[in-house]
Design a protein around this ligand. Structure first.
Ligand SMILES: *[C@@H]1O[C@H](CO)[C@@H](O)[C@H](O)[C@H]1NC(C)=O
Ligand SMILES: *[C@@H]1O[C@H](CO)[C@@H](O)[C@H](O)[C@H]1NC(C)=O
Ligand SMILES: *[C@@H]1O[C@H](CO)[C@@H](O)[C@H](O)[C@H]1NC(C)=O
Length: 491
């Protein structure tokens, strides 16, 4: 009896050691927030329901199914337009502090401008917001997540500076109708991503492929749009509603085998700095290395002006400082080296950067061909942001992992475990001002050009059932436990 008791105690002791090794006894700060993210086109369906107008993703997928690997689209998807309550219940079941979702511009303004306001669309988002509030879940609203009104694309979309005025009017409507309850606003999600792939390339809507020119015009007008929306809120709404307005930027961290800091800095400035420097740096404007290099390349190409547009002093000042938090989407990292040959299309942002990117054989790969798990990259990126932009308040607005279709998503559990370990480390040991972490994504969704072939959800969606049932995966239970304990469970 005594011996078995001793063996029992000893076993518990060993188990505790193992758990302590994998898990963490350290806790997230009391005010740290956990959330989960989604976006309208990727989950809503109801693409033409109740007066919704067409977006560039409706047109892109309908006119060019061959550009989507499984020839699918977001017409129905997880059908959150009908089953949004299932989404809210899923968020609640994990005890999340906030739910980040995006508003479909054309559900509210079918032609993108104020010609017509679709009250049915407003009602849909009111129902989501009110249910979240009832459950004490903070709504965090992304105003633009890739789905531009098709009518505004006819005018050039983000390549035309007219977008700035249309974005301001759209923002005004959102602040006006939802601002009493929404305290976290994200103006634009991943401008570099949709500008490079949609304007500099052809794999995302609108598929302009004006490489070396289109992506620069697009980011330029996205920055202006963001800034006018920010100022509008501060001027007209802040005193009454006291909310926060920010922007979400995507970035990897970059490493060099030879510790070539010049090359690493150039890559960081050409990716994250492109958008972050004008907003968050103490001198504003684009990073000097971008201005110099693109001007130089443009001159060598015989052009009279740089392909990188310039900001007037007025716009530099208008854009600088326009974010109450630094929204960061992090997925993966890369090694880089200076390319000896011209790289990428002529011209293009890849050629202007001039670096080759590569991965390490020991990095574990997800279901997406670009996604390798590099947890340390998140820690290094957060430390870089702290040093570069004077320790801004950071909300990690996305972090996630793709796999094939499975409920036992162990690789996703490992990914969250390892990445949250880095988040805890930079908060406790480096003084990084990270305030929140949001999982990408709530439910399996339409993954842009990859269609439904890659799964990012913590909840499986039964796509073959009309009811689109949501079923929690192992990662959902992992996050639920983490949020309950406020420390990282062992795995
Ligand atoms: C690069 O820096 C790392 C960390 O500072 C160091 O461990 C490594 O030896 C360096 N490599 C070279 C080639 O200098
Ligand atoms: C500008 O281009 C010239 C050649 O056209 C090159 O010699 C010079 O190093 C370049 N400068 C920068 C900053 O890239
Ligand atoms: C999905 O739904 C179909 C049809 O309702 C059903 O036959 C199937 O068992 C469901 N699959 C899962 C994994 O729940």
């Amino acid at each position: 009896m005594f011996l078995s008791r001793l063996i029992y105690i000893f076993t518990i002791f060993i188990v505790e050691i193992v758990v302590a090794k994998n898990g963490s006894s350290q806790h997230f700060p009391e005010n740290f927030l956990f959330g989960v993210s989604s976006s309208a086109y990727q989950i809503e369906g109801g693409w033409d329901s109740d007066g919704k107008g067409p977006s560039i993703w409706d047109e892109f997928t309908h006119l060019h199914p061959e550009k989507i690997v499984d020839r699918q689209n977001g017409d129905v998807g997880a059908n959150s337009y009908e089953y949004y309550l299932d989404d809210v219940e899923a968020v609640k079941s994990l005890n999340m502090n906030f739910y980040r979702f995006s508003i479909s511009w054309t559900r509210i303004l079918p032609t993108g401008d104020l010609t017509q306001v679709n009250e049915k669309g407003i009602e849909y988002y009111n129902k989501i917001i009110n249910k979240l509030i009832e459950y004490k879940i903070e709504p965090m609203v992304t105003m633009y997540h890739f789905d531009l009104p098709a009518h505004l694309q006819l005018l050039g979309g983000f390549a035309n500076s007219a977008i700035v005025q249309y974005f301001e009017e759209y923002a005004n409507l959102l602040f006006n109708r939802f601002g009493d309850r929404v305290k976290y606003w994200i103006t634009i999600n991943e401008a570099a991503e949709f500008c490079v792939k949609g304007y500099g390339g052809k794999i995302h809507a609108p598929g302009i492929n004006a490489h070396g020119k289109g992506e620069y015009l697009c980011v330029h007008n996205a920055l202006k749009s963001h800034a006018v929306a920010y100022h509008l809120y501060k001027r007209e709404y802040y005193n009454q509603y006291k909310g926060q307005v920010g922007i979400a930027l995507d970035s990897s961290f970059f490493y060099s085998d030879s510790n070539d800091t010049v090359v690493v800095n150039r890559e960081m400035q050409f990716t994250l700095g492109w958008i972050a420097h004008p907003i968050f740096s103490s001198d504003g404007d684009y990073p000097a290395v971008m201005i110099d290099r693109i001007a130089n390349h443009s001159k060598a190409e015989g052009r009279l002006v740089s392909r990188l547009p310039t900001f007037s002093n007025h716009w530099k000042r208008t854009i600088q400082g326009t974010s109450d938090f630094f929204g960061l989407n992090y997925y993966t990292s890369r090694y880089i080296r200076e390319s000896l040959e011209p790289i990428g299309e002529n011209p293009s942002v890849a050629r202007d950067r001039g670096n080759e990117r590569f991965t390490k054989p020991e990095w574990i790969k997800g279901a997406s061909d670009w996604l390798y798990s590099v947890p340390k990259g998140l820690g290094d990126l957060l430390r870089w942001i702290k040093a570069e932009y004077n320790n801004p308040e950071v909300i990690i607005t996305e972090n996630g992992w793709s796999d094939d279709d499975r409920l036992e998503d162990d690789s996703r559990v490992t990914y969250f475990h390892d990445h949250l370990e880095q988040v805890l480390d930079v908060i406790l040991n480096n003084g990084c001002n990270v305030k929140a972490f949001s999982v990408w994504s709530l439910v399996d969704n339409f993954e842009w050009s990859q269609g439904y072939t890659e799964k990012f959800g913590m909840f499986f969606v039964n796509m073959s059932s009309p009811r689109k049932e949501r079923i929690p995966k192992k990662s959902a239970y992992f996050m639920e436990e983490l949020i309950k304990k406020r420390s990282i469970p062992g795995i």
